[in-house]
Design a protein around this ligand. Structure first.
Ligand code: DGY
Length: 311
């Protein structure tokens, strides 16, 4: 009997896809069961590095239950001929919603306004009170214009933003036209965006892609949103840029050393901090789990995986 090990608690709608494929060991004993495992289903917060792979000599597939796969040691897995898969597409809308939510929250000053009300400072509607920025007419820069970047672009475009983006290649011209989006080079994106939102796929070559120099390139008074991966950002440099007022605010769902959050971010009122909830809806998580199970099942049946990690 083939053994499938899952470090993810699978909803029934997903685990039923493994029936008849193999026996399943769940999150309680997954690590100890790796010795016999032919398939591993893993969440994005488990590091599947060379030493973990060594514990699993029979492994044929690692099915990542997430779209980002920086938790996987790709060269080590490929060297062993292990198939790697992820879950593109199913979490696009949920993640774009959180990026929009963070954008609106920081630009309209939600954290400070909400705290002010809770402190009892709301004394009635005031003509000059709580005035903050606009999305309408703002130039939104999108770093990485894949599925999630485009879904976010549709949302902010509907709020009246002007879209510009930087990505490795141009997007479908029809999509670009519908969004009235302009592709620009990286420095132009940083220099001219009022709001910058990160939607690229993280790889070590992009470690601290946003650092002191990049923040200096950004306009004084601009905003940063990150729902991709924390390690894109040098968090100390971000704290400095927020502290000295160069950046007007930041909305973050991801951090370099999760679950730790840079202490300098915690006290800032112009920052919204979420606990990596981009895909956190039951519907989305079920779809992610189902896709991971479908990939594992396909490979164990000798079929090609549905969504292999490219490369
Ligand atoms: C992913 O899938 O990469 C997200 O970060 C988890 O929702």
């Amino acid at each position: 009997m083939k053994q499938i090990v899952t470090a993810v608690e699978l909803p029934e709608e997903a685990s039923e896809l493994l029936e008849g494929v193999g026996s399943v060991v769940g999150p309680a004993g997954w690590r100890e069961a790796l010795g016999e495992a032919e398939a591993l289903i893993t969440p994005v917060n488990v590091r599947v590095g060379a030493s973990l792979l060594e514990e699993a000599p029979r492994l044929r597939i690692v099915a990542n239950a997430g779209v980002g796969y920086d938790n996987l040691d790709i060269p080590a897995a490929r060297e062993r001929g292990i198939i790697l898969t992820n879950t593109p597409g199913v979490l696009t809308e949920a993640t774009a919603d959180i990026a929009l939510l963070l954008t609106l929250a920081v630009v309209r000053g939600l954290p400070a306004a909400e705290r002010s009300l809770r402190r009892g400072e709301f004394s009635g509607w005031g003509f000059g009170d709580y005035l903050q920025g606009d999305i309408q007419g703002a130039r939104v820069g999108i770093l990485g214009m894949g599925r999630i970047g485009q879904a976010y672009a549709r949302r902010v475009r509907a709020s009246g933003a002007i879209i510009q983006y930087h990505s490795r290649g141009p997007i479908n011209p029809a999509v670009e036209q519908a969004l009235e989006a302009t592709r620009v080079d990286r420095d132009t994106l940083f220099r001219t965006s009022d709001i910058l939102s990160i939607h690229a796929a993280y790889s070590p070559s992009l470690h601290h892609h946003l650092d002191t120099a990049t923040f200096r390139l950004m306009q004084r008074g601009s905003y940063l949103v990150n729902t991709a991966r924390g390690a894109f950002i040098d968090e100390q440099a971000l704290v400095t840029a927020l502290h000295d007022g160069h950046l007007a605010g930041a909305g973050l769902d991801v951090y370099e050393h999760e679950p730790k959050v840079h202490p300098g971010l915690q006290d800032l009122e112009n920052v919204v901090l979420l606990p990596h909830i981009g895909s956190a809806t039951p519907k989305t998580r079920t779809a992610m789990a189902r896709m991971a199970c479908e990939n594992a099942a396909a490979v164990l049946r000798g079929e090609p995986p549905l969504t292999p990690i490219p490369g």
